[in-house]
Design a protein around this ligand. Structure first.
Ligand code: ATP
Length: 343
């Protein structure tokens, strides 16, 4: 419901540049994941959108209207932004229904309407029959649903998530991801989701902002950051794969070792060495392929992950239904590669 414009945002904490020159446009109704390793600045950016932190430089605007820059700051309660925290932040002495009703009571909404709206959002998060329970009678996943319901009931135009699933086990996470996706589709609110888990980001978001060291490395659809990472950092952070050294000839043909590899690239490259990102799904054993030595064969359930060594000492990763002998030689065909742009 709201477009968020972030322009050249900067923030320092002493010597640390938590954010440096970050610009982003989050379209109305979009779902953006802020993704990056610990300390990359994603929480600082989220806190600035919420209004808990002020920038040193740059500006944030909602639908074109400035909410903060280096001279002014609209307080959090006036921004119509809801936040779902990792720690749930529920009132322990209130029932689920009263926790959810809280923002409506604070705004003097009539009782009958409160009852109706609370029931509506509890149904939306799958807790229609839990209104009378207290938070300590709920599982972690259910508590997080209550926190989300409380955000949804308040008619916020933007919903921010700060690593909301970090305390939950793998199965609950998968369930919550499905629920959050469904709710995003139904409510069409602008959502921003902080995570350091790339699988979560790819599954949930329609846009992923990859950050490192306070800088924005890439902003694009999950498919783009996976298939065409902007640099080696993004390539290493998103998905599995390996960066291997190839060589490009005058005709533009790229070879890794002795085999020709079909590659995609952002810009035309001159002849010479290139760094090629190869995803495991592009690699298959083949009679006349690149010769490698199996270094490690690891059982992963659905398949065996094979790490193999190229002649030049580089590593390549691929999956196999059956395990391979460590130390053995195999030949590989590579169906696709991405030439990683230089930093
Ligand atoms: N209030 C603060 N005072 C001092 N330094 C801070 C403060 N808040 C953040 N920082 C520093 O700014 C940098 C960015 O922090 P931020 O919390 O935004 O990163 P993050 O990517 O969210 O990390 P995490 O996933 O660990 O929460 C870090 O180096 C952090 O130590």
């Amino acid at each position: 419901m709201t477009t968020i414009t972030i322009e050249q945002l900067g923030k320092r904490f002493g010597e640390t540049a938590a954010l440096a020159d970050v610009s982003l446009r989050l379209d109305t109704g979009s779902f953006t994941a802020l993704l990056g390793p610990s300390g990359c600045g994603k929480t600082t950016l989220l806190r600035m959108i919420a209004g808990f932190e002020a920038p040193d430089s740059g500006r944030i605007a909602f639908d074109g209207a400035t909410v903060c820059d280096s001279t002014q700051q609209i307080p959090p309660e006036k921004r119509r932004v809801g936040v779902v925290f990792q720690s749930y932040a529920l009132w322990p002495h209130l029932t689920v229904g009263d926790n959810v009703a809280y923002p409506l009571r604070a705004h003097g909404v009539p009782r009958a309407e409160i009852g109706r709206r609370v029931q509506e959002v509890l149904a939306l998060v799958g807790l229609a029959r839990f209104g009378e329970r207290r938070p300590d009678e709920l599982s972690g996943g259910q508590r997080q649903r209550v926190a989300l319901a409380r955000c949804l009931v308040a008619d916020h135009r933007i919903i921010l998530f700060d690593e909301p699933l970090a305390n939950l086990d793998m199965h609950l996470r998968a369930e919550m991801i499905e629920m959050i996706r469904t709710i995003h589709r139904k409510t069409e609110r602008t959502m921003v989701y902080v995570t350091h888990d790339q699988a979560e980001a790819l599954a949930l978001a329609d846009r992923v902002a990859v950050m490192q060291g306070g800088r924005l490395m890439q902003f694009g659809a999950p498919h783009d950051v996976y298939r065409a990472p902007a640099n080696a950092h993004v390539a290493g952070f998103i998905g599995r794969g390996s960066i291997v050294t190839g060589s490009r000839d005058e005709q533009g043909t790229v070879r890794i070792g002795e085999v020709i590899v079909p590659v995609r690239s952002a810009t035309p490259h001159a002849a010479g060495p290139v760094r090629v990102l190869v995803r495991p799904e592009a690699v298959q054993p083949a009679a006349a392929g690149l010769t490698v030595r199996v270094r490690r064969s690891t059982y992963r359930g659905a398949s065996h992950e094979i790490e193999a060594e190229l002649k030049d000492g580089g590593t390549i990763l691929f999956d196999q239904v059956t395990p391979l002998d460590e130390g053995g030689m195999v030949r590989l065909a590579i169906a696709d590669g991405w030439i990683v742009p230089e930093d």
